[in-house]
Design a protein. Sequence first.
Lengths: 507, 507
Amino acid sequence: MIRRKPTGSLLSKHRQRAVTGTAAGRARPTATPAANLNYAQVSANHALVDGAENGQLYQYETSVKKSFDAIVPTLRKVSAYQHEEDFVARAQALAKQELGYELPKAVLEDAWVEQLDMRSLFAWCVFKSYQLYCDDFFSTAPLSNTGLSKSGAEEFQNFIQQCGFHTMDVSPCADGRLAHAIRYVLRLPIEAVRRKSYAGAMFDIDNSIQKWVETEMLRFREGRPNTADEPTRYLKAVAYHFSSVDPSHEGCAAHGSDDALAAKQGLNRLKAFQQAIENSFCCGASIDLLLLGIDTDTDAIKVHVPDANGDIDLEKFVDAKDVYQQTQRLSVNDATQRIEQMVREAQAGVGEGMLKLISKLIINNLSQIEYVMNYYGSHYEDIGHAERFIGAGIGFEEVQLRNLTYFAYLNTVEESTADFDVGIKIFSKLNVAHGLPVPVVIRFDYHGQVPGSRERAIEHCQRVSDAAAARYSDLAEKGLLHTLLVIRDCNANGQIEILGSSLKTAI
Amino acid sequence: MIRRKPTGSLLSKHRQRAVTGTAAGRARPTATPAANLNYAQVSANHALVDGAENGQLYQYETSVKKSFDAIVPTLRKVSAYQHEEDFVARAQALAKQELGYELPKAVLEDAWVEQLDMRSLFAWCVFKSYQLYCDDFFSTAPLSNTGLSKSGAEEFQNFIQQCGFHTMDVSPCADGRLAHAIRYVLRLPIEAVRRKSYAGAMFDIDNSIQKWVETEMLRFREGRPNTADEPTRYLKAVAYHFSSVDPSHEGCAAHGSDDALAAKQGLNRLKAFQQAIENSFCCGASIDLLLLGIDTDTDAIKVHVPDANGDIDLEKFVDAKDVYQQTQRLSVNDATQRIEQMVREAQAGVGEGMLKLISKLIINNLSQIEYVMNYYGSHYEDIGHAERFIGAGIGFEEVQLRNLTYFAYLNTVEESTADFDVGIKIFSKLNVAHGLPVPVVIRFDYHGQVPGSRERAIEHCQRVSDAAAARYSDLAEKGLLHTLLVIRDCNANGQIEILGSSLKTAI
């Protein structure tokens, strides 16, 4: 296996300057490529793999993660000479060099009185890095490269319509190891897929019904994405997950690392949503279902192939890892045919549209399988949790990287205690156990054309921040929980707007 | 002014047996008619007033309220002989006679050990009365009388469609003095009007957009209530309120008893909703708006008449009290014509459909104006708050009586602290100041045909109950806050289902 490391610069300066770091007291694995080769040299082992895209995605992933992972080693160095005379100037020079930004001056200047408040400084740096990461994402669109520009999204929309679907709505688990499910694991354009993450992929049925209703209304009223008389359906997918390396410990926490249970519960939730639509609306209203499993160690997917009636049998699936092996030496055409054959063999009666879609998802996943093999070896080094922050609220379009964020789609803490508690539990091990705070980004996107929507987004942020501080008051009072409040006008397609944070110093 | 008191029996036995009571340490006003005449003798002073319906509505109102107001005097008597030997038997006999049900035996039997737990007993009785009240409502449909059966609802639906509207969606204030706004004040069939109450009538725009989307979808997809090509619109109404007797104290608490502000904020919220629809959807999507004021002392309405473009001027309104006086001696035809003329005079350009609708609302309100005059005099005796319990959640179709319930439409306590806090504040004066607990009914209706919806309704009840107990822990810990958990399958149109309560004894 040859591991390749790309170079090249799609990325903003601060990311370029970032260095690899190891988090306080824990192994925060970063990319450790075997050979320091140029991105341009990347070539694929498998005819269906997009080696060039792998290179770009890898560069983006490593540079973003490094910008977060440089925080702890940098602060550790800063801490070491906090009582020296030229401390402020030295600290700023180091921060600028290692992190790409200066630390808040007031905090540094007060260090001579007491010790540096490292908890606050750490949270401040995570939030600052998040801000720069978002600014880069929304100004340079780093994940909308070749074949995945706006026209890539249109292309995919056309493709799913040919397969018989007008909307693809995916609920992965809120687990950070699935945060890259859409753009990396499935290689889909993020603009063309609805993603709502929930602990255990246990999506909210009422919220999904609302989305279905809205989708149907827009088809009827505005012909978007197609007119209502076209025989396409709403496709709801669940992506559960499991660990091939340590199945009984590193699977889905919400299902007690029981893979069969995770799959079964995902299917049950899908069926309940389908039945809700069928029972609530007349005239043959229904939806189509898709169940995927993701191996969080290798990113290989398992697709449960529905039969002619759309029914899913948990035992009838295609494993993309097998597909990769069986098609590794075939030509593009032969491999494609073999894949379609494997899907058909898994479930003889599969519909033609569904067959096409599943084949595409599997083909896309082959690139990700090779991505992990090339850059990380037989599996990721961080097979467990290694998220950098918690994201809570509505939005987070920019979060498309594995183990960057534990994030949960939520309106209120009250309704989402299960999701939030899991996140806090994860970060209690990752951060709190080492004296570092849990950084929580609270984010509400809004539609700027709706009057008062910005004000309501601000209220939502404040409300969720207060509720989180109340629920986790033991952490908050010790400075072990910090929140950043962020909104974004998703219609204007602009930058994020930082409202404030629980820190004394502005970001 | 002749006041008439009806008799007759539309009502269940327990209500017939209920006696008039005065709440502990406070004046809980009940109906005090001047003359004890028979319902059948009711006749109207005004040609457009429905005297027979007034009689039925009055009988229903008084009997329900008496069933709640008998609790305190009954418990006071029970308390007086709690240490006597034949206490349990005497208490049960009295309760059966005065309240129509027996008290929980276990509580009575333990009274000799310590004092009777009056707080729990009071809450238990309120919840029991609520249960019986609901059972009666959903089995006998006491408010769907002549002209207001299911066909009455259909008739009204046809009427509003002729006026150019397919949906009438009203947001009154959560204040208990407006709980009867739909069925009493406006005399509309409850099945044909959407009602969502919020403190200060400050309805949730996002929730309203969802309802608009769903309504449009059903028109397009299922032709309900009419097909989408019919030129009708969604009508959103706000009902703010004020007090003619004590304007600076008994107006809307959410707007600091400032009538002009209440009206202005209501109008602003309406306009924001309209703009949200116009900006979010294409092809001329819009809604129509209506702003009403209700004088909570006399139930007379003020209707702000929109101009030809649907624009509302706060200064251009018709006051139904003036209408009543100016049309009191006219025939049905002359009075009707005069009312239409008054609406036109208020706003020359008013559209014909809106004119028809407003005229109907005013005509309906004349009956309520006379209702208050006949049964209560120049104004209600209880011009302030006198609610019997707080209702929180989604449902409460049965609550159509003035000052019975402070109720707020809510999903979570977290999002609805403003509404909930106002309710707790009201009951702190009404009950807690006299040592009695705040009784809170937490209710979630669900659509039985949607799988898992019952389970989710149960979860919602539990969640809101926990959140309320946490937010008002100072009250809850002292036994001064009690919650009843209730769900109902609104599709089956059946009885409520009691899940449990914060009390030790089952209801």
